[in-house]
Design a protein. Structure first.
Length: 428
């Protein structure tokens, strides 16, 4: 097994076949038992995809004529990533990458020559990268342009944060333990962590660990969830006896949190269109020992699954561009197309309009996205408010996020958080 070759196969699945990085890794790593090998392959895959636009720019300057073989192209990118960003000796990177070539000898020669050429021209290439926005920020042009237009003062920070590794945050289940007790348990296992400055029930690890290493994870003491996502349950203000609906619920991060903070919810209905993802809600409910009614259904067509009883609280964690979680899923930069955003905005609009009638008068609906595009966030809510006479906004007063015309925006990296948007709406 050559780690560089496996990494190349994984990246080819994403770049050439449009598969998600998570599923490509799952498939290719299933036959590799060694933990160290797996960790190295994952680091190479995430890194190469994170810096794909930059590495591609560099490669184009190193090749004398276009390279048609897609797999060899990716293999060279894998080599360049290691040379530019990993602390591995350059001669080891070159020899390991060349030995991953299972094709004709001249191809080995080409890979060797390009990587050595990079080492000779490193400084010159660095200078060229600095003056090219796509290479410097390693994002597609349209994303840079959109972020510039939405956030003229913050776009560089967002792009830089998108390329950083996200921290691992834990939600401490207060039904099982306290934050302090759990922090002590982590310390006993030499896992360094601290309590988030934004939420007192959130613990952030100094560096990520596999969940199996977290004390009592299987017993439901903690869940892995970004701090920004953990703000939803508090904002929805669920009380004992409430009927609650989560219409885009899988994999159940927010559903389970709602049940942890208010175990006396009368009924929680969790709907998701994706049946496979729905089973992950059931797994989470089981691990945390809480209950919800899970339904496979389309949020745009409630008549197909709704029992005609109104809800006190509704959570719409809408399908979105996921621009706020690029640092966790860097393949979004390769897979997401500009034209997808308009379609997602239409879907969000359709969901909001279809679900609003299910809310009791006096009830609240929390609209959430993990996006930083205004079109999916404050503009979406502004349009909804202007066409929905019985809806008013409840302003969010909090020590996080930026207050928008409507709702609050967390830009990626604020207090180490993912990019999230929240707006709270009340039915008059
Ligand atoms: C942002 S994710 C939800 C994350 C979830 N709330 C959590 O905290 O774990 C959006 C979800 O919306 C679902 N979805 C997309 N279109 C939908 C639709 N028309 N009806 C219901 N669910 C939909 C997707 O399958 C996806 O699971």
């Amino acid at each position: 097994m050559n780690s560089r070759l496996v990494a190349t196969k994984i990246i080819c699945r994403v770049v050439n076949n449009g598969q998600s990085l998570t599923s490509a890794i799952e498939i290719e790593l299933s036959s590799i038992p060694n933990i160290k090998d797996r960790a190295l392959i994952q680091a190479i895959c995430y890194g190469t995809i994170r810096y794909y636009h930059c590495l591609n720019f560099i490669l184009n300057r190193l090749l004398r004529k276009p390279l048609k073989d897609k797999e060899i192209r990716v293999l060279i990118l894998v080599g360049l990533f290691q040379l530019k960003y990993m602390r591995i000796k350059s001669h080891a990177v070159v020899s390991q990458t060349v030995s991953a070539v299972n094709k004709k000898t001249w191809v080995k020669g080409l890979v060797n020559a390009v990587l050595r050429n990079y080492l000779r021209q490193e400084q010159n290439l660095k200078n060229l990268v600095e003056v090219n926005e796509i290479a410097k920020f390693s994002h597609p042009k349209w994303m840079i342009d959109w972020l510039k237009s939405d956030w003229p003062e913050h776009f560089e920070k967002i792009l830089t944060e998108n390329n950083r590794q996200a921290p691992m945050a834990l939600r401490v289940n207060q039904l099982e333990t306290t934050t302090d007790q759990y922090l002590k348990k982590l310390q006993e296992k030499d896992i360094n962590a601290f309590v988030s400055s934004v939420r007192k029930d959130t613990i952030v690890l100094n560096s990520g660990v596999p969940v199996e290493q977290l004390p009592n994870f299987k017993k439901g003491y903690v869940s892995v969830q970004d701090t920004a996502a953990q703000l939803a349950a508090g904002l929805l203000g669920v009380q004992a006896g409430h009927r609650v609906l989560d219409v885009c619920a899988a994999p159940g991060g927010k559903v389970t949190h709602l049940l942890e903070v208010q175990p006396q919810i009368e009924k929680l209905v969790a709907v998701d269109i994706d049946e496979n993802r729905l089973s992950s809600i059931n797994e989470n409910l089981l691990r945390l020992n809480v209950k919800a009614d899970c339904i496979a259904g389309d949020a745009c067509r409630p008549s197909q699954w709704w029992d005609n009883q109104l809800f006190d609280r509704i959570l719409v964690d809408a399908p979105c561009s996921a621009m706020g979680v690029i640092r966790r899923h860097p393949d979004i930069k390769l897979l997401r197309r500009q034209e997808d955003i308009k379609k997602l905005q239409q879907l969000q609009k359709k969901i909001l309009d279809a679900i609003w009638p299910l809310l009791k008068p006096g009830g609240n609906l929390l609209y959430v996205t993990c996006s930083v595009f205004k079109m999916e966030n404050s503009t979406q809510v502004s349009d909804f408010l202007s066409r929905t006479p019985d809806a008013t906004e409840i302003p969010i007063h909090a020590n996080w996020g930026m207050t928008q015309v409507h709702g609050k925006q967390i830009l990626t990296g604020e207090n180490g958080m993912d990019g999230f948007y929240y707006a709270c709406l009340r039915k008059n």
